[in-house]
Write a protein that binds this ligand. Structure first.
Ligand code: FES
Length: 118
């Protein structure tokens, strides 16, 4: 039997005002917040931005975000049949929606200066 979670997701960043957007998403007991975000992107809103890599191994740390004012890994936090507040990390630069700048400054690739024809 599917359940319904209401995810209230903070969106915006990169110079845009942030807004909260509500998504009702179906889930099976035991599914993760990351499962719900992927389902939203697949079925409702392809523009929703979030980051992940290892899916559920809790190894890459790329899915970190805020859930109900606590920092969590989206791949290990469980969906629940209630309203859940989902926000980007508060102490990082927001790139877009739930994607934040998490790489240390000395680990970032330099910005491209663009192609310059000879
Ligand atoms: S997706 Fe890798 S730790 Fe969550």
């Amino acid at each position: 039997m599917s359940l319904i979670a209401t995810l209230v997701v903070t969106r915006g960043g990169a110079g845009r005002d942030s807004v909260r957007q509500r998504y009702n998403v179906r889930f099976e007991p035991g599914e993760s917040l990351l499962d719900g975000l992927c389902r939203i992107r697949d079925e409702q809103d392809a523009t929703l931005a979030f980051r992940y890599s290892c899916i559920n191994a809790n190894a890459c740390k790329e899915c970190m975000l805020r859930l109900d004012n606590k920092t969590v890994y989206a791949c290990t936090a469980r969906l629940e049949p209630r309203e859940m507040i989902v926000e980007p990390l508060p102490n990082k630069r927001v790139i877009r929606d739930l994607v934040t700048e998490i790489a240390a400054p000395d680990e970032r690739l330099p910005r491209s200066t663009g192609f310059k024809p000879a």
